[in-house]
Design a protein around this ligand. Structure first.
Ligand SMILES: Cc1cc2nc3c(=O)[nH]c(=O)nc-3n(C[C@H](O)[C@H](O)[C@H](O)COP(=O)(O)OP(=O)(O)OC[C@H]3O[C@@H](n4cnc5c(N)ncnc54)[C@H](O)[C@@H]3O)c2cc1C
Ligand SMILES: *[C@@H]1O[C@H](CO)[C@@H](O)[C@H](O)[C@H]1NC(C)=O
Ligand SMILES: *[C@@H]1O[C@H](CO)[C@@H](O)[C@H](O)[C@H]1NC(C)=O
Ligand SMILES: *[C@@H]1O[C@H](CO)[C@@H](O)[C@H](O)[C@H]1NC(C)=O
Length: 574
């Protein structure tokens, strides 16, 4: 069926040019920054591409001297919110400092088991270089194409409650940051007139813990020193089972396995427990994690999947979504989600898959494709996948009740297939993130609940069964104390955070003349929700009246089904 669709669809996608670098200037000299999916696009007045610390110092000095608002942008630009925008709307006085060319420095110090990298260094390049010296990085996100400074800035993570946990920022030994001078000259070590380099270590206390997760607001991270350890291997076995008792097992599972996570398919009443532990390097195995969702994928197959999803949305077919996702999930599982037992043969022959840390902790590949025939699923081309992505960290002591509550919502819903849509992406991804001292980290052990779901290309078009996920997200935050991932989510998820501004961070954000978006996240500026028509459809508001949904399409503002304090857009056919 997928193949037939693929053949039937004109390959419009193939005519598209390569996606532009996320920071680019067009022929008429207008400059823009965007993200990898093309979900936002902002004007800036100028883009600079420093390639060493000296040039970076010059760039920040230039911005400070000319009183420009500035922000670092990366080659990957994978955050969903417009965090990297130095301003909003007005193009004047905005400087984007790209780290695309500031990525080559990766210096491993074997004796002290550490690596110092340029802020723009790509995660996998760092892991591979450390591995060449027999060393490994314990924690990282799963997608290998992100930049090190970009990962730190949003507090991105893998999955682990053990040791220092699964977030990269908790493995930082030292940061070198370039900031406009004048604010705090006591810690400067080198300067030009308008910018200086600040070196921070844990000994600097709050300042260090503010800097390791700082949304790009404190300065441009020049160099990061990460703690390494002797190379080790991991052994992974995915156990696919019923989701009965998931709520009772979730905390114990996180304590039992060093790198475990859980993929939950609520509509299938199924959970996949990833038993993932450290093993000694002499255990045989040279496996790799070649996660299927990050492999270069045939563009026509992606176009076909998107077309199918659009059809199922248009026909309001949750049954169709259930059968499509059944096929897709079975295929993924038969292929071990892309795990391969041997690097050379590249085959999945069964569990356990044992491999070196740097080949298991991340996956990727589609970012390096040289052909428009083989792309990433989320490619910015107009016919590729398009979705919303949420990440909400729920404290360990509340996660069981949260899961039980989502099950209750599922079981009380008249349409048994109402939750199937999420299985077309990755299901509900449950990852363990340990408490962190970072000021914008979270001070508690928690479980990150990852949700990825369909988004229409037209912001005025509601999504099938959107009320359910709105209810889940609202209760995650307001009933279970969840906190959002800084690099994901829709605006409304951040709006009633009540974090207040962080005084330590504020000392420095003035220096970077930070952006509206990050000011809002820090609580320096109110989110100021505009209750406009349709605002609840893509998370710009929580609906209060029908017009905030799409009454003309029979989507009305209603209380949640189980969590009645929620306000969601629900389809009601009179
Ligand atoms: C396919 C995919 C998989 C993902 N997997 C995970 C995952 O497993 N775990 C997870 O937690 N998250 C994950 N994410 C989210 C992602 O990790 C974050 O959005 C991350 O911040 C993106 O990094 P980036 O290098 O693209 O930075 P960007 O998105 O470009 O930038 C993020 C912020 O960092 C700032 N910044 C960047 N460089 C610097 C610098 N040198 N100095 C100061 N500030 C800087 C920017 O100004 C911006 O505010 C994933 C996203 C995608 C698309
Ligand atoms: C960035 O580096 C690339 C490759 O080294 C080079 O071609 C390009 O000119 C550089 N860009 C800028 C703006 O310096
Ligand atoms: C300047 O930075 C140092 C740490 O590097 C800190 O101890 C000091 O309090 C800061 N001073 C001001 C005025 O912020
Ligand atoms: C988006 O959808 C709305 C409502 O269905 C419609 O009026 C509008 O024309 C659509 N916009 C585009 C660009 O297709």
């Amino acid at each position: 069926m997928l193949l037939a669709l693929a053949l039937a669809i004109p390959l419009l996608l193939l005519a598209d040019a390569f996606p532009p670098d996320p920071a680019f200037c067009d022929d008429s000299g207008d400059c823009f920054i965007t993200n990898a999916y093309g979900t936002w696009n902002d004007r800036v007045s100028q883009i600079v591409y420093p390639s060493n610390e000296e040039e970076l110092l010059e760039a920040v000095g230039y911005g400070a001297k000319n009183k420009l608002k500035m922000k670092a942008v990366t080659k990957s630009s994978h955050s969903l919110p417009p965090l990297a925008c130095p301003g909003d709307g007005a193009a004047a006085g905005l400087l984007a400092i790209s780290t695309a060319n500031y990525s080559r420095g990766i210096a491993v110090d074997v004796a002290s088991k550490a690596v110092e990298v340029d802020g723009g260094a790509q995660l996998q390049a760092v892991l591979d270089e450390a591995a060449r010296h027999g060393l490994a990085l314990a924690a990282s996100p799963y997608w290998n194409s992100l930049s090190v400074a970009g990962i730190l800035s949003t507090g991105s993570h893998g999955s682990s409650w053990r040791g220092k946990g699964g977030a990269l920022h908790d493995h930082v030994l030292k940061l070198r940051m370039v900031v406009p001078s004048g604010k705090n000259s006591s810690s400067s070590s080198s300067h030009n007139e308008f910018a200086k380099i600040v070196t921070l270590t844990p000994g600097d206390g709050d300042l260090f813990y503010a800097a390791i997760v700082s949304l790009g607001t404190m300065g441009v991270i020049s160099k990061v020193t990460l703690e390494l350890e002797p190379m080790f291997k991991r052994s992974i076995t995915n156990v696919r089972t019923s989701d009965v008792g998931l709520e009772d097992k979730i905390v114990a599972f996180g304590n039992e396995h060093k790198f475990g996570d859980v993929i939950w398919y609520p509509s299938k009443r199924e959970a996949v427990y990833r038993i993932d532990d450290r093993v000694l390097v002499d255990i045989p195995g040279d496996g790799v994690n070649d996660f299927i969702g990050f492999q270069p994928t045939l563009a026509p197959a992606i176009v076909a999947q998107r077309a199918l999803e659009e059809t199922l949305e248009a026909t309001r077919s949750s049954i169709g979504k259930c059968s499509a996702s059944q096929t897709q999930v079975s295929l993924l599982q038969s292929l071990g989600y892309g795990l391969k037992n041997t690097r050379s043969l590249g085959l999945f022959t069964g569990y356990p898959v044992v491999g070196f840390q740097h080949k298991i902790q991340t996956a990727g590949g589609c970012q390096d494709s040289a052909s428009r025939l083989l792309i990433c699923g989320w490619d910015s081309a107009k016919n590729a996948l398009f979705y919303l992505e949420s990440g909400i960290r729920i404290p360990a002591q509340s996660i069981a009740a949260f899961i039980a509550d989502v099950k209750h919502l599922r079981d009380s819903h008249p349409d048994a297939g109402a939750l199937c849509g999420i299985d077309l992406y990755t299901g509900v991804v449950l990852r363990y993130v340990a408490a962190s001292r970072a000021l914008l980290g979270k001070p508690f052990d928690g479980v990150d609940v990852g949700l990825t779901y369909y988004r229409s290309r037209n912001g005025s078009v509601p999504r099938l069964n959107m009320d359910l996920w709105q209810e889940v997200e609202q209760k995650a935050i307001s009933k279970y104390g969840g906190v959002p991932h800084w690099g994901k989510n829709t605006p409304v998820t951040f709006s009633n955070l009540g974090t207040g501004s962080s005084p330590v961070l504020e000392r420095f954000v003035g220096a970077m003349r930070s952006s509206t978006w990050s000011d809002r996240l820090l609580g320096i500026q109110a989110f100021g929700t505009v209750m406009a028509a349709g605002c609840a459809l893509e998370g710009l508001c929580i609906c209060a009246r029908d017009e905030h949904c799409a009454p003309e399409k029979s989507y009305y503002c209603r209380p949640g089904r189980v969590f009645t304090a929620a306000r969601v857009c629900r389809y009601e056919n009179a």
